[in-house]
Design a protein around this ligand. Structure first.
Ligand SMILES: Nc1ncnc2c1ncn2[C@@H]1O[C@H](COP(=O)(O)OP(=O)(O)OP(=O)(O)O)[C@@H](O)[C@H]1O
Ligand SMILES: [Mg+2]
Length: 401
């Protein structure tokens, strides 16, 4: 009998106890630790879909290890099956971005040290001292950090979108990217949980005053089919696909840095998807801050920091796209769509359909309800007015918080 083919062997599932052995066995490929280093591991809490660990040597060097099982990690092997090939897409887009960004890739992305396709594991730079952007926006926003971070994210999105935009590349390359990043299983999850479920279950009671009428549902339907690649073929690019502030690690202060993580939902899709996902987090954070403090000055300052972040992200994105040759007409289309994707995500989160998010969580039920109402009123205003007023309607709403 012939031995099993490598790629048919079942993957070894890593745990906090076995991951150090795994890293030791692959130390030469990873090339971070000195030979014979003593390693310890900690499981990283916070992610739901995959297994993640920090492995540290006694000399203080660290790596981040991520493994995709054939299911959603948090639900266990009998919960929600999901193809482990998602991690191949994550590695693939990291490499694509690396070649787009060249020498500056390290400014935006953690370094990838090693990928083991057989076991669906990658090992990358552990971002010591970084915190998640969503946490920062909820706990401690400040103007210096938020303008710097948002500008860098605007630049990152624009540079990666530009290099892959369907108006800037050959039709063969666009067809390749469309197929390569179809990411059907993960896209189907978003189609169901982001663009369908919340609206199927909405009723006059659950909509909390939001008028989910036919016109509103038609807007959601249009965003959904655009996300699924059914319209707008001339305006597509390689997207992160889930670029909310929980997919961004940062440092704070006058030399604030950003690193984009977790692009497993990557798709060749509408540029406004990424910009809108990011802005949805800023909108929710601004609403959150406007209800988090009774001190007027604190409130004004934290909201202003976030609103300046929104402006910096959009302005930098737009400027970089325009200087890269994207037409005014396309920019306008992306602007309108950005607001659409942003408020659709705000809507689903406010209605309680986004799982664990930090936003709008207050112990006081009245404060929480007021925050939800305030978020939903932004959704209501922006969803239709974006077609005439673009991003300005969003700025007006945020300015009124
Ligand atoms: N390179 C890194 N260095 C340090 N910490 C990291 C790094 N990458 C991710 N993390 C941390 O580990 C957590 C889980 O990582 P990641 O988001 O990639 O996993 P996931 O299982 O795909 O998560 P999700 O359920 O959100 O999709 C992140 O929220 C972040 O806190
Ligand atoms: Mg993930």
């Amino acid at each position: 009998m012939s031995p099993p083919q490598d790629d048919k062997r079942e993957a070894i599932l890593l745990t906090q106890d076995t991951v150090t052995n795994y890293v030791t066995q692959h130390a030469a490929d990873i090339n971070v630790f000195p030979p014979g280093a003593t390693l310890t591991a900690t499981a990283i809490q916070g992610g739901n879909v995959n297994f993640a660990f920090c492995v540290r040597s006694s000399c203080g060097k660290t790596v981040f290890v991520k493994q995709a099982p054939e299911y959603v990690a948090v639900f266990g092997p009998d919960g929600f099956p999901l193809t482990s090939t998602r991690i191949e897409k994550e590695v693939s887009i990291l490499n694509e971005w690396k070649s787009i960004l060249g020498d500056e890739a390290g400014k935006f992305l953690p370094k990838l040290y090693y990928f083991d396709c057989q076991n669906k594991v990658f090992v990358m730079e552990f971002l010591e001292g970084f915190i998640l952007l969503d946490h920062h926006l909820v706990t401690n926003p400040d103007r210096t950090t938020d303008v710097l971070i948002a500008s860098q994210l605007g630049e990152f999105m624009a540079r990666t979108h530009l290099a892959t935009h369907s108006s800037k590349i050959s039709s063969e390359r666009a067809a390749f990217l469309t197929a390569e990043y179809e990411n059907r299983a993960l896209r189907d999850i978003q189609l169901e949980f982001v663009f369908t479920k919340a609206y199927k279950e909405v009723s006059t009671q659950t909509s909390r005053g939001l008028n989910v009428d036919d016109q509103f549902l038609a807007e959601i339907e249009a965003l959904k089919s655009r996300y699924n690649g059914e319209s707008g073929a001339g305006d597509m690019c390689l997207c992160h696909g889930d670029l909310h502030p929980g997919s961004v690690l940062i440092t704070t202060g006058s030399d604030a840095q950003v690193r984009v993580i977790d692009p497993e939902f990557t798709v060749y899709g509408p540029p406004g998807l990424d910009v809108g996902s990011l802005l949805s987090g800023y909108i929710l954070a601004a609403v959150h801050q406007s209800h988090a403090s009774t001190d007027k000055e604190v409130k004004a300052e934290t909201v202003a920091a976030i609103v300046q972040g929104v402006a910096a992200a959009w302005e930098t994105y737009k400027k970089t796209m325009v200087s890269g040759g994207i037409s005014d007409e396309l920019i306008r289309e992306i602007e309108v769509e950005t607001v659409g994707f942003a408020v659709a995500e705000v809507c689903r989160t406010s209605l309680g359909h986004a799982g664990m998010r930090l936003w709008l969580q207050f112990d006081d039920a009245e404060v929480k309800e007021a925050a939800v109402q305030s978020a939903l009123s932004i959704v209501q205003k922006c969803m239709t007015a974006r077609h005439t007023d673009g991003v300005q309607v969003l700025f007006d709403c945020l300015g009124a918080l």
